[in-house]
Structures are given as structure tokens and as C-alpha cells.
Design a protein around this ligand. Structure first.
Ligand SMILES: Cc1cc2nc3c(=O)[nH]c(=O)nc-3n(C[C@H](O)[C@H](O)[C@H](O)COP(=O)(O)O)c2cc1C
Length: 188
């Protein structure tokens, strides 16, 4: 089973971005599975705290990403960039672990985002690219998914109610899984 960590950039209980990942988890191609994660419990990065050992929430998520075949991030946009809570979480996660394992290097990674606004998180996603480059992830450029007016796509309980969006999400996941499993990638 191909495992994908699906990480939301929002802590909000009724987050649109988390709702989109929840919908995607039902659309994973056969032989693949999305495991939903959030950044709850990760404190503000503090080098002094780190010297005492990384917090449990950081270590748990690091281990989940390391064990996974791929990473999918769905994030809101805040003030034309990524939310601070996501950058903070990624900063913690990027720190080396006691075993010296790297969390992100070479990890197949895809990005999408949702907003009730009209510009689909384009600037948040652009800002994320420079962070993901620093991590040397294997970024999948094959799909671009920026969901505008997401509030109109979801029902009151957060379930996806728009068939065209469901097909977009399904196609995005199919393309990403193809990228993760393609033989050339595995050999490198
Ligand atoms: C501090 C702040 C800044 C925001 N800036 C933007 C923005 O630049 N672009 C945008 O499309 N939405 C912006 N929004 C609106 C968010 O897209 C909206 O709150 C969205 O619901 C957040 O995602 P979530 O539902 O997954 O929590 C902002 C919201 C907050 C709280």
C-alpha cells in the first residue's frame, strides 16, 4: 500500500483545507492511502526547547512523514503567503532528528490549497515553493490545484458537494500517485 501523509496547513476545526483533504482521502487511487495529519500540538519553534528534545507532536509527525511514500500539503493563504502556523510546523519538522534522519529530502511532495476568496491560494503556494526547495523534496509540478470560492463547494458538514471538484481532486491524486510510483523515480 502506497502511503501518503496528507498535511493540512490549518488548525481550524471547520477548516476548508482539512475538509478538502478529508474528501481526497476517499478518492485515493487503488493501492494508495491518505493519512490525514494536522499541526495541532506543535509549539512555536524555540531553539532552547529543542535542546531539551523535540516535542512529541513534532517527532510523531516527522516519523509519519519519513515512513510515508509521499507528502501532500493542502494549505490556506494568509496575507498573500503561507500561514505562520504551517511555516512554524515545517521549521520544526525540518530539524534533524537524533538518529540523523532527514524528514523531507527526496520525498515526493504535492501542494494544493483552498480559499473562500477568488485567487485560489496562488501566492501561498508560490511562497511554499521556496521552502520546499530548501527541503530538497521531490516536488511534483504535474498538477496545479487552487480552489477558489471553496465555501460554495462544501456542504455545511464539510463534505464535498461539487462533482467537478471531486473529479479535479481525483485527477490530481492520480497524477501524483503516478509520479510517486514511476520507475525512473524509484531508481534515482
Ligand atoms: C490572517 C488571515 C489572513 C488571510 N489572508 C488571506 C489571503 O491573503 N488570501 C486569501 O485567499 N484568503 C485569506 N484569508 C482568508 C482565508 O482563506 C480563510 O480564513 C480560510 O477559511 C482559511 O482556511 P481554512 O478554512 O482551511 O482554515 C485570510 C485569513 C486570515 C485569518
Amino acid at each position: 500500500m502506497l502511503k501518503i501523509v496528507a498535511l493540512s496547513g490549518s488548525l481550524r476545526q471547520a477548516s476548508y483545507n482539512t475538509a478538502i483533504l478529508r474528501a481526497m482521502s476517499t478518492l485515493a487511487p487503488e493501492g494508495s492511502q491518505l493519512d490525514l495529519h494536522t499541526l495541532h500540538g506543535i509549539p512555536l519553534y524555540d531553539g532552547d526547547m529543542e535542546e531539551q528534545g523535540a516535542p512529541e507532536a513534532v517527532r510523531t509527525l516527522q516519523q509519519a512523514i519519513q515512513a510515508a511514500d509521499a507528502l501532500l500539503i493542502c494549505t490556506p493563504e494568509y496575507n498573500n503567503s503561507m500561514p505562520g502556523v504551517l511555516k512554524n510546523g515545517l521549521d520544526w519538522l525540518s530539524r534533524p532528528q537524533a538518529e540523523g534522519k532527514k524528514t523531507f529530502a527526496g520525498k515526493p511532495t504535492a501542494l494544493l490549497g483552498a480559499t473562500p476568496g477568488g485567487f485560489g491560494t496562488v501566492q501561498s503556494q508560490d511562497a511554499m515553493l521556496s521552502v520546499l526547495r530548501a527541503f530538497a523534496v521531490d516536488f511534483w509540478f504535474g498538477g496545479r490545484l487552487m480552489l477558489s470560492k471553496v465555501n460554495t463547494l462544501l456542504a455545511a458538514d464539510g463534505s464535498l458537494q461539487d462533482e467537478a471538484t471531486r473529479e479535479q481532486l481525483r485527477g490530481f491524486l492520480q497524477g501524483f500517485v503516478q509520479h510517486v510510483t514511476k520507475p525512473q523515480r524509484k531508481e534515482s
